[in-house]
Every structure is written in structure tokens, then in C-alpha cells.
Design a protein around this ligand. Structure first.
Ligand SMILES: [Zn+2]
Ligand SMILES: [Zn+2]
Ligand SMILES: [Zn+2]
Length: 770
């Protein structure tokens, strides 16, 4: 879709890439592929920038990994696409010192050498689940303090045996200064526990016993690198259902771990970028299009054409999956909405009644790190959940800013800490709904402040007074607190990672965020100016009967939207699925609430408009998890090819333009009554939203269009918007390294504060980001 458009790719490669001929290798590869740009080496890693056509750049990235010097090893490889700057040659630039801030590496998936040793009967680490080396193994999850040295990791309790110590001190050994180095003699070991805490068996027997239990349909809690997984046989319908019941997780898709890459290919279609991600050292969960369920339980992801898939990334997982030979559900070891368990004794308490057995070990996990989730969108990687493999690597800003800690939003919380040009983004923390989640949030804040020795001048938070993160910030003394409007933060987050400046039009679409005018915002077009932002346009508002309850029930939202559209005519619209989703009493009550505006806040939310349409076409009336209706609406578009759209109106006001969707809703209702297929309706609805973006962009006149907010997790919507905006001469930008959902808010809060406050290079002092 991005044919012949010259782009610039920036890659940051970390690992054993210095002093191994990596720069000359990159130089030769770039010359051969006729790419212009540069490569540089500093204390933070190897930085590469190259310009060319997207297809060639993608090949370039894939070939770097495939053809890298034999003795080099990549521990982390992140890249983003940026605007081209017009390089005229490829050069090796002089090394610079780079930022002095200590770099903490994420946890790294097991390397091939270690994996081979684990399966080699002649090796002293044969079947040892904690095998690692300088190139791989735990990092972020075991570091207690900096500098990174064994006594400051959770490995300090294990004294190395002479053989391990010899490796550790030998500069020619692959385990030279490998801090978590261990072997069966001196390192951590496995145990299998009953829910009562009684040890069933130790060592390799624990793994074999656990494998047998999983094969027999039991739920086993497995302590991994950044926390516990709950594991069941993904083919066993009854076991998967039982896990859902016990975990109180009705329909939200489960992630799967497959024994090998080859096994994944039997179930899903895999694009080259997705293959790269699956096999990368970050080893995230990748969302793939499933081709066939072939014996997998339907309940792993009900009515969902995608599969969330990862491959084994520790020796423990490799051993277990080799033993099993079939895919398993590997979902976070927690009760719904709570943070993942990291400690085996805590797990016994919190996972009581969920897990039948506990496969644990005695290497303490210093901090929780969930599995990351990525999806390929518009030909690029998109991080949906930034955690293992990525946290706490920084996102680089174009300019240095003052020291800021941003506490993020409420859902999918993550925090960020800016140190000059770098913004360290924490691992995913989760929704701050529960006491344990709020505890985890506070722990991560303290943790970051300690690790990086931060003394921030500013704490940035959301404007929503009820967010626990905001309340936390407000309680802190000795530091200035700046509240940043939610959708402005979304737009700034996307601009920061794409390294672009104002002016731009920020299209911030999500479920909800605090609006300064007393309404709930969520379908916003913000003109981003060098000083701040102005609300240029928004979707027409409607009421949410019952507030939070309406978020869980698309039928409530639809009733409101239908009343707005049809008024008194509504009663004559028999046969609409929404109207049949209520009892007569329920409907009367809701209509009265809407009539009198009782507990029915006004919103301009795009996410809720998805909910309304999902209900009107009879797709979903009540959600079992956040975002379900919008997700299912997107799934309906799979394989549909249509250019059709619905009509809508632009109401130009004095201060703000309102996008009126009423004619679209009328047309959708007409389609439903004429029995138009719901897939076609869904595609037309998405197409219409892309046209809305184009029309507002034309009205606004800014060339740069920024797409952020939870709605842009939707692949069809994002790709359609990018394609249409480009064809109309605009330059769309979307997320890559940071989630478009509220997991990216903290970065945006940092970026917003950076503009409003005097930065290190001087500038005017301003106060508000509202
Ligand atoms: Zn290794
Ligand atoms: Zn040893
Ligand atoms: Zn949001």
C-alpha cells in the first residue's frame, strides 16, 4: 500500500554488536541495496538510518538479522519509519558517546547456542531450565539496582560453582560476565507444588510431571521470567472452558504458545514481518490471521479470526513445549484485571482455585513483566502492549527535555520517565481498577525513580480527577504537577515517536477521556499548535445512559444514538436488534433517563459509536470485555472489498466543527432493514469514518495528520485512513513503538509538558496544557 513512497527507517540495534564488524557490514549491505543513510555506534548500541522504498527497507531490516556477522548477537532490535530527510550517500559516522544514562536491557529470549546445550545429552546443562549466556536470558526482571552486576540481581543468592565461575571470568567464554550464569549444580531449580504448597517433586521430574498434568487437562501455573502463566492444553475444550470459568474471563482471547515456528504455520497465515517478530529476541505475542482451528478449542478466542501467538522464550518453555508437542494457552497468571503474579507464595494465595498445580522455581522475580503484544499494520509493526522484550528501553525524543515523570492514564497504565532526550517507558501495568493494580503502579514509580536516580521537576498526569494516577500525582509534594488533556496526550505521544513537530491535526479517537467542557471526549480532532492545542472538530455528542454501564452495554449506547437520530419516529422502527435487546420496562427506564438527562453524560466518543453500530446490526448487545464490540465490528470487515460509504454532515460552528453522524445511522438502519449483509455494513461504516477524517483534514488544512487513541488498534480503520489521507495529499502518522491505546499516554504527557515548560535549551514558560 505504500508503493514508491520514499521513507526513512531508523533502527536501534543492541547486543554484542560492537567491535564485531557490525558497522562495515551495515555499510556494505546498504551500498549493495542502494540505500542512503548512515550508521553510528555509541554506548547505547548501533544506530542505523536508511532511506528508500518501503519494500527495500523491509528487506534491508530482514537481511540485517539474517546476514549479520557470525560473532555478533542481537539482543534487541527496534525500528520505526520516519519522514525522509534526503540523504545522498551511505556513510559510517564517527562514534559519539551517546547519552550517559545507564541502559537496562529487557529480558532476552534464549539464544540458539543455549537452546542447543539444553537439548544436548553430553552438555553439563542438559535439560537445565535456567541456562543463559551473555547473549540471552533475564535482565530487567532480575535487576535490583544499577550498575548491572550479579550482587545487585536476584541471582545474588546463588553462589557460582567453580565451572560456572571459570566461564564467568574467562573473556573468551560465551558466559564472560553473564550475570545470571548458572548450572544444575549451583543455580535455581524447579519444584512442582500442590495448591496447598506441598512439594510434589523437584528438578526435571517437576517439569515432566507438569507436562503430564497439562496433557491430562489440568491447569498448571508456571513461573516464567517476568511472572506466572496459566497453562492448559489449547486443544482441550473442557480445560480451556474451565480456565475461563475459574479466571472469570468470559470471552477475552487467550494467547497461545506453540512448540515451534513450523507448528504455527499450520494454523495461521504469516507475513514476513510477523515471522520476524515471532522469531525475534523480543519474542512477543503476535496477532496473526488464523487459517484453521484444526482441533484447537474454539473457546481460546471465541468468534475471533485472529490468534495471539508466541514461541518459547526461556529454556523452561523450550523444555516444556518439546515435551508437550502441541500448542497451549499461556495466559497471564492473575485474576481478571489484577497484575500478574511474580512470587510463588503469593501465587498460591492469588491463584488458589484457578491452578491445579504450580511449577515454580527459586530465582526471585524482581519486577513483573508481562508478555508484549504486537500486530503488523499498514506494513509496519505496531506495539499494542509494551512489556517483556521492550521495557524499559527508551524512546528517543528529538530534543532534550527537563526531567519529567508521567503517571499515565487509568486503563492499560504504564508510566514514563524523561531523562534529557530519552523517555523510559515502563512495562505495562494494567487497569488501575483494583488494589493490587494500584499497588503495582506505585511500586513501578518507586522502582523507576530508584533505578534511574530521578528527581523530577514535574509530575505529569491526566486531567481526569477520578483517575487513581491523577490522585496519586496530586498527593505528591515538592514537585510541580501538570495535568494534560487526555486526547492531547494521545496526539503528542504519536508525534513524539514519529519525531514530528506542530502544526498538525491530531485525530484522537478512543473510548473516553476527560473533556474540559464537562462532556466525555473521544472523537476528537485537535489542531496541534506550537503552543498547545485547540479543539478543531469532534463527533456529534450523545448521551450514555447509566454512564459506566453504557460502556459495557452497546445496546444502551445504540438506543441513545437511535433516539438522537430518529426522535419520535423510533417507535415505528420495529425489527431493529437493539430494540429487541431490552425488556419493555428496561427500555422505558432508559428512555426516561435519556429524556431527563439522568446519570447520562454527554460524549463525543468514537469508540462508543462503534458500540452503537455493533448493536444496531445485531452483532453485540453486551460486552464481555473492554473493546469487544469494536473488535468484532473490525473482524466483520475481513475479506470485504468495497469502496461504499455512508453520508454524514459537517456542521461548521464558530469555534468548533461538529461531525454529524445522524445520516449515517439512518442509512445503516435502512441497510439493516433491507437485510444488507453485516460484513458489508461494517466495511461501509469503517470507510465512512475514514472519509470523516479526510473531510475534517481538508477543513483544517494541516498536512500532517496524527492518528492516535484506542480506535487505531483497528487494522482496517488505520489502513483505510492512511490510504485515503495519502491519496488526498495528506501525510498520516500512526503509532509503531508505543501503543495507540492508553498505554501510550505517559509518553504523550511527557511530550506535552516538554512543550509547555522551558526545556534545557531555554524557552518561554507556560503553565497549562489544557
Ligand atoms: Zn544464550
Ligand atoms: Zn554452576
Ligand atoms: Zn485514551
Amino acid at each position: 500500500m505504500e508503493v514508491n513512497q520514499i521513507q526513512r527507517v531508523r533502527a536501534v540495534i543492541r547486543g554484542a554488536v560492537q567491535g564485531v564488524g557490525f558497522r562495515p557490514f551495515i555499510f556494505r549491505l546498504a551500498e549493495e541495496m542502494q540505500l542512503n543513510g548512515w550508521v553510528i555506534n555509541n554506548t547505547q548500541g548501533v544506530f542505523v538510518e536508511a532511506e528508500g522504498e518501503p519494500e527495500v527497507l523491509q528487506q534491508f531490516l530482514l537481511r540485517i538479522e539474517r546476514e549479520k556477522p557470525a560473532i555478533s548477537f542481537i539482543q534487541s532490535f527496534e525500528h520505526s519509519y520516519l519522514d525522509p530527510v534526503g540523504f545522498d550517500k551511505f556513510e559510517i559516522r564517527e562514534s559519539t558517546d551517546g547519552p550517559k544514562t545507564a541502559l537496562i536491557l529487557p529480558d532476552i529470549a534464549t539464544c540458539d547456542d543455549c537452546r542447543q546445550e539444553v537439548f544436548d545429552p553430553a552438555n553439563r546443562r542438559y535439560r537445565y531450565p535456567f541456562t543463559n549466556c551473555t547473549n540471552c536470558g533475564p535482565r530487567f526482571s532480575i535487576i535490583e539496582a544499577l550498575p548491572y552486576d550479579r550482587p545487585r540481581t536476584s541471582m545474588k543468592i546463588f553462589e557460582m560453582c567453580p565451572a560456572c565461575a571459570e566461564e564467568y571470568h574467562n573473556p573468551r567464554d560465551r558466559r564472560f560476565h553473564a550475570q545470571p550464569n548458572a548450572c544444575p549444580k549451583c543455580g535455581p531449580h524447579l519444584e512442582l507444588w500442590e495448591p496447598s504448597g506441598i512439594v510434589v517433586v523437584k528438578g526435571d521430574g517437576a517439569l515432566l510431571h507438569a507436562a503430564a498434568a497439562i496433557r491430562g487437562g489440568l491447569i498448571v501455573a508456571v513461573k516464567g521470567v517476568g511472572g506466572f502463566h496459566l497453562i492448559v492444553d489449547a486443544r482441550n475444550q473442557a480445560a480451556v472452558r474451565l480456565l475461563r470459568e475459574r479466571k472469570r474471563r468470559e470471552e477475552k482471547p487467550f494467547a497461545l504458545m506453540f512448540p515451534s515456528f513450523g507448528a504455527v504455520a499450520e494454523f495461521a497465515r504469516i507475513e514476513p514481518l510477523e515471522e520476524r517478530l515471532l522469531l525475534s529476541t523480543e519474542a512477543p505475542i503476535v496477532l496473526l490471521r488464523r487459517t484453521d482451528l484444526k482441533g484447537l478449542a474454539e473457546s481460546i478466542a471465541p468468534r475471533n479470526p485472529c490468534l495471539g501467538v508466541m514461541l518459547p522464550y526461556t529454556p523452561l518453555h523450550h523444555l516444556l513445549m518439546r515435551e508437550l508437542g502441541f500448542p497451549v494457552v499461556a495466559t497471564s497468571g492473575n485474576v481478571s484485571d489484577e497484575p500478574i503474579c511474580t512470587d510463588e507464595h503469593d501465587a498460591l494465595l492469588r491463584l488458589q482455585g484457578i491452578a491445579d498445580l504450580f511449577l515454580v522455581h527459586n530465582r526471585p522475580i524482581v519486577r513483573h513483566v508481562d508478555d508484549s503484544v504486537l500486530r503488523v499494520m499498514a506494513g509496519r509493526e505496531l506495539v499494542l502492549r509494551r512489556a517483556r522484550g521492550f521495557a524499559p528501553l527508551p524512546v528517543l525524543l528529538r530534543e532534550a527535555v527537563l526531567d519529567v515523570i508521567a503517571v499515565g492514564a487509568h486503563q492499560k497504565n504504564a508510566i514514563a520517565a524523561a531523562v534529557r532526550q530519552q523517555v523510559f517507558i515502563s512495562q505495562h501495568i494494567g487497569d488501575l481498577e483494583t488494589v493490587p493494580a494500584y499497588g503495582a503502579f506505585q511500586k513501578v514509580l518507586t522502582d523507576f525513580a530508584d533505578l534511574y536516580e530521578l528527581h523530577p521537576e514535574v509530575l505529569a498526569c491526566d486531567q481526569h480527577p477520578d483517575y487513581f494516577s491523577t490522585q496519586y500525582a496530586r498527593k505528591q509534594s515538592d514537585v510541580e504537577v501538570v495535568a494534560v488533556q487526555h486526547h492531547y496526550a494521545h496526539a503528542m505521544s504519536c508525534m513524539a515517536e514519529n519525531q514530528i513537530d506542530a502544526p498538525a491535526l491530531g485525530t484522537s479517537w478512543d473510548g473516553s477521556g476527560y473533556g474540559p467542557d464537562g462532556t466525555v471526549w473521544g472523537g476528537e480532532f485537535l489542531r496541534i499548535t506550537p503552543e498547545g492545542f485547540e479543539r478543531f472538530a469532534h463527533l456529534r455528542t450523545f448521551r450514555l445512559p447509566g454512564g459506566e454501564k453504557a460502556v459495557k452495554e452497546p445496546r444502551r449506547v445504540a438506543l441513545s444514538v437511535l433516539r438522537e437520530t430518529f426522535g419520535a419516529e423510533l417507535s415505528g422502527l420495529g425489527g431493529l436488534p437493539t430494540l429487541h435487546a431490552f425488556s419493555a420496562d428496561e427500555r422505558r427506564l432508559l428512555e426516561e433517563m435519556l429524556e431527563r438527562g439522568l446519570r447520562s453524560p454527554q460524549t463525543s466518543s468514537a469508540g462508543r459509536l462503534f458500540d452503537a453500530v455493533a448493536s444496531i446490526i445485531g452483532l453485540r448487545q453486551v460486552c464481555r470485555f473492554e473493546g469487544q464490540a469494536a473488535m468484532e465490528l473490525e473482524f466483520l470487515t475481513h475479506g470485504v472489498v468495497t469502496e461504499l460509504t455512508y453520508p454524514f454532515d459537517m456542521v461548521l460552528g464558530d469555534s468548533v466543527t461538529v461531525v454529524d453522524w445522524a445520516r449515517m445511522i439512518r442509512a445503516i438502519v435502512a441497510d439493516v432493514r433491507e437485510a444488507t449483509g453485516s460484513s458489508t455494513i461494517a466495511a461501509k461504516f469503517h470507510n465512512t469514518l475514514a472519509e470523516v477524517m479526510v473531510r475534517v483534514a481538508k477543513e483544517c488544512g494541516e498536512e500532517k495528520i496524527v492518528l492516535s487513541g484506542g480506535c487505531f488498534q483497528n487494522r482496517y480503520l488505520t489502513e483505510r485512513a492512511v490510504m485515503r489521507l495519502r491519496s488526498e495529499g495528506f501525510r498520516p502518522y500512526w503509532h509503531q513503538r508505543v501503543p495507540p491505546n492508553d498505554g501510550g499516554i505517559a509518553l504523550g504527557q511527557v511530550a506535552a509538558v516538554a512543550r509547555a515548560k522551558p526545556n534545557l535549551t531555554g524557552g518561554k514558560r507556560q503553565t497549562v496544557c489544557a
